[in-house]
Structures are given as structure tokens and as C-alpha cells.
Design a protein around this ligand. Structure first.
Ligand SMILES: Cc1cc2nc3c(=O)[nH]c(=O)nc-3n(C[C@H](O)[C@H](O)[C@H](O)COP(=O)(O)OP(=O)(O)OC[C@H]3O[C@@H](n4cnc5c(N)ncnc54)[C@H](O)[C@@H]3O)c2cc1C
Length: 441
């Protein structure tokens, strides 16, 4: 496997200390034993792969999911649990400029449908994922950002919606104590325990007939007699179709078309011990809304149902034990700065993982060019709880040659463009982060 980060990224180091591991035991997916032939083989056992598997299996297709590591190892088992709007890293205004108003409206409909899909799956599959929060609250970090939130609230009013805009003077009363200048709550989305959701989804996929394997890395996909032969660490699997769902853990050669077209980036999360009522009151943060700030390089945070506080932000640019240590320290320093009353509260858990960017800053879901029968879905720009699940459902439709009955935005069908600099493309990140940071001043 040709990958663009060092082996440390793909080992146990970054995910060591993940809080979700303490909340639910991993299911015992078998290791692949060889000799299987299926309609659809899925590479990657995160939200995208398992949602595709579940939706395919419910149509009666035979499906096998091949996951290189343990259950929940990828981003899906170690994220912040914000089931929220997003997936693209374009503002609505930039998306309209690039793709026009009507395609932007379809994308926005897909974002909402993605959240609805997760809510429906949790309900239909009876998955208890510790959900909380009525929509998501954005907190202004600067006067300019607050002016933009006010403008958005005005636009919401004109569109007949009832915006929930909070001015600075009322933030404490609403339980949002911190260095913020105001807030806007959008009604879509909720917080969840991602590992409980993921394992609920894998159980449902297996119950519907999907085979789900762990510790089974796909090393090569070859076309043979009109079918696909997937070489794994434990023998070959043959399939009529292949779905690649490897997101931030993708490689340059699986399939070869992906080379240079995705850019993994790190995100780091900490979780505190449960906060007491006095500690919550001292900081003035008592809301159970999931929230983020208006920075380009944003912070995301939420008080979870068990009163632990989760706080996340972008990770480092390098991946090594010392870079990981530095990213964790920076995350704690930002947390201390934003929530000073909790400086003495230990963060019992800290970890990191890889998100995935595309050059056009929109997720890709579609056929892999010039490889009929191979499909891929990736690049959720750090917002793949809802959009990855949704993409899995779209991929299931595409693999079955069915026309998706949910919005399938044209932007997401455009084949991914290459980043400049090929395998060295990570070197554009410092300049990118620098520019984004300047915009935050
Ligand atoms: C720290 C962090 C916080 C985040 N917070 C949020 C959040 O709050 N809300 C949100 O919406 N999104 C969040 N995200 C992003 C979200 O987690 C991802 O977008 C989403 O989980 C992607 O799902 P996936 O199934 O596409 O990929 P993943 O879950 O990353 O799964 C890909 C899998 O593919 C496997 N794989 C790779 N190559 C092979 C191979 N050759 N053979 C077999 N298997 C292979 C990997 O082992 C991996 O398990 C966060 C991400 C991180 C890292």
C-alpha cells in the first residue's frame, strides 16, 4: 500500500486514548478466511462502507466488507460524534458561485437528508447512541463573525424560518459561557456516540446478511474475466462490483485512480472527566447543545449526557509520536484558553485521526473513471458522520444500478481532481493552514 503519511499514522499511536473505546466493547467480526464470492465487495468498515453494506444487504445482494484493522479503528470509531450539516468545505456563497443556485440547493437538501437518514437508522435499528442536542450552535469568535451570523439570521427570517440568534449579553443565560460574542442555532443535527452508532450499523448489516471482516487488508484489486479479484492478507475474494470506502486512510494505489486526488488531514479530540454542577456553573457552560466556533480552523465542543466535555480541533501537520504529543498539548492549551474555569479539570482521554479533503472541497460519490464496476465515496472534510452514512446509501444504489431516490448532487458526481505535487502534496498544508489562520484574526 502506498500511503502519503508515515506508518505511525496507520498504527495504534494516534487513536490510543480514544474515549469511545471505554463506552462499548467491539463486536467480534471474523477475520477473512478466503474463498468467498459476492455481488459487492466493500473496502473499509467505517460509516460509508457499513452503510453501503447495510443498504445493499437489505435489497438481497450478497456483500462482504473488508476492514484492514479492528472494528471502529478508522475515523468513524474515533470522531467527535457531531451528526451535522456539512461534508463540503465551501461556504454556501462559494458553492453558489462555482456550481449555481439550483445545484447548491440540491447539495443543501442532501446535507439535511443525511442527518435524517442517521436519525431514521438509529430509530429503525433501535440503536441507543446517547443522542442529545437540538440542532447545532455556532458561536462567534469576532465582531465580524457575529455580524455575519446576524445577517444569516435575517436571511433565515426572510425565508420564513425562525432563527435562534443569541446576542452576547444573553449567552450566559443560555448556558454558553465562554469567550464568545453571540450565537446562532440551526435546527438540524444532534450529537451521538459514534462507536455505538457504528457497531449498531454493523450488527444490522450482518443481520441483513452482509459478511463483515476485520484485520483483512485489501492489497490489490484486479479485473479478471469481467469480475474483480480482491487480494487480501488472507486470500482472494471475488466480486461483481467493488465499493471503495477508505476516506482519510486511503492509499495511492487502491484503486490507482485515487493517486494524488485526496488529502488526509488530522483532527484531535480531548474528553474531560464528568464535570460537577459547580464546575459547570463556574464556567457558565450548562447547555447540552453541540457547538462550534466561527473560525476557519474551528473548535468543536459539546457537553455529553454523562457531563464529560468533548473538545476537538484540527491536528498537527506531521504524524509521529512527538508531533502527536505536540498536537495534544495544543488542543489542551486551546481548551484552557476558551474554558478557563476548567483549567484544573483533567482531560482523561485524548486522541487523533484522519479526515479527508478533496481539491474541489466537495465529497465525491460515484463510479471510478475507466473502471466500470468500481465505485468510491470519500472526502467529507471532517463531517462524515451524516454525509458518510448518506454516501454509503448512495453507493449502494449505484452498485445496484438503481437511480438514487434521495438527492444526489451533481457536485458530488464530478470525478476528483488531482492536487498539485503528487505524493508530496502534504507540503501545501502549512500554507493552507497559515492562510486560514490569518482569516481568523
Ligand atoms: C478526530 C476526528 C473527529 C471527527 N469529528 C467528526 C464529527 O464530529 N462529525 C462528523 O460528521 N465527522 C467527524 N469526523 C469525520 C468523520 O469521522 C469521517 O468523515 C467519517 O468517519 C468517514 O467515514 P468513512 O467510513 O468514509 O471512513 P473511516 O471511518 O475512516 O473508515 C475507513 C476505513 O477503511 C479502512 N481501510 C483503508 N484501506 C484499507 C484497505 N486497503 N483494506 C481494507 N480496509 C482499508 C481503514 O482501516 C478504515 O477503518 C471526525 C474525524 C476525526 C478523525
Amino acid at each position: 500500500m502506498k500511503r502519503i503519511f508515515p506508518p505511525y499514522t496507520y498504527g495504534p499511536g494516534p487513536r490510543a486514548g480514544c474515549w469511545w473505546d471505554d463506552t462499548i466493547a467491539a463486536p467480534d467480526w471474523p477475520v477473512y478466511g478466503g474463498g468467498t464470492d459476492v455481488d459487492v465487495a466493500i473496502v473499509g468498515g467505517g460509516f460509508t462502507g457499513l452503510s453501503a453494506a447495510y443498504h445493499l444487504a437489505t435489497t438481497g445482494a450478497s456483500v462482504a466488507v473488508l476492514e484492514a484493522q479492528s472494528p471502529g479503528w478508522g475515523a468513524s470509531g474515533r470522531n467527535g460524534g457531531f451528526c451535522c450539516l456539512g461534508g463540503a468545505k465551501l461556504s454556501p456563497a462559494s458553492m453558489k458561485r462555482t456550481y449555481g443556485s439550483s445545484d447548491t440547493a440540491v447539495y443543501q437538501a442532501a446535507e439535511s437528508a443525511a442527518i435524517d437518514l442517521v436519525a431514521e437508522l438509529l430509530d429503525r435499528l433501535d440503536i441507543d447512541a446517547d443522542i442529545h442536542s437540538k440542532g447545532e450552535t455556532e458561536l462567534a469568535h469576532s465582531p465580524r463573525a457575529m455580524a455575519a451570523l446576524r445577517k444569516e439570521a435575517e436571511a433565515m427570517s426572510l425565508a420564513g424560518e425562525t432563527p435562534d440568534l443569541i446576542e452576547k449579553a444573553d449567552l450566559d443565560q443560555a448556558g454558553f459561557g465562554g469567550p464568545f460574542l453571540g450565537a446562532l442555532t440551526r435546527p438540524e443535527g444532534f450529537g451521538l456516540n459514534p462507536r455505538k452508532y457504528l457497531f449498531g450499523l454493523s450488527n444490522a448489516a450482518q443481520t441483513a446478511g452482509a459478511e463483515v471482516y476485520q484485520q483483512t487488508e485489501v492489497q490489490r484489486i484486479a479485473r479478471r474475466d469481467g469480475r474483480f479479484a480482491l487480494e487480501t492478507s488472507f486470500g482472494q475474494l471475488t466480486a461483481s462490483k467493488v465499493v471503495v470506502a477508505t476516506n482519510g486512510y486511503s492509499s495511492e494505489d487502491l484503486p490507482k485512480w485515487l493517486a494524488g486526488r485526496y488529502l488526509p488531514a488530522q483532527s484531535t479530540v480531548l474528553v474531560t472527566r464528568p464535570l460537577t454542577d459547580d464546575e459547570l456553573a463556574a464556567q457558565g457552560w450548562t447547555s447540552d447543545q453541540m457547538a462550534f466556533d466561527t473560525r476557519n480552523l474551528l473548535h468543536y465542543f459539546r457537553l455529553m449526557p454523562d457531563r464529560r466535555f468533548l473538545f476537538g480541533m484540527r491536528g498537527g501537520l506531521m504524524s509521529s509520536p512527538s508531533a502527536e504529543h505536540a498536537a495534544r498539548k495544543r488542543t489542551r492549551a486551546d481548551f484552557d484558553k476558551m474554558f478557563p474555569a476548567w483549567r484544573a479539570v483533567p482531560s482523561t482521554h485524548t486522541w487523533s485521526g484522519m479526515v479527508c479533503l478533496a481539491r474541489n472541497r466537495v465529497p465525491f460519490v460515484g463510479p471510478v473513471p475507466e473502471q466500470p464496476g468500481v465505485f468510491a465515496g470519500l472526502a467529507f472534510h471532517g463531517n462524515g458522520v451524516a454525509m458518510g452514512s448518506y454516501s454509503g446509501r448512495l453507493l449502494a444504489d449505484l452498485a445496484m444500478e438503481a437511480i438514487p431516490d434521495l438527492p444526489y448532487p451533481s457536485q458530488m458526481r464530478q470525478p476528483m481532481a488531482r492536487f498539485p505535487l503528487g505524493r508530496a502534496r502534504r507540503v501545501i498544508m502549512p500554507a493552507l493552514y497559515g492562510a486560514l489562520k490569518l482569516g481568523d484574526l
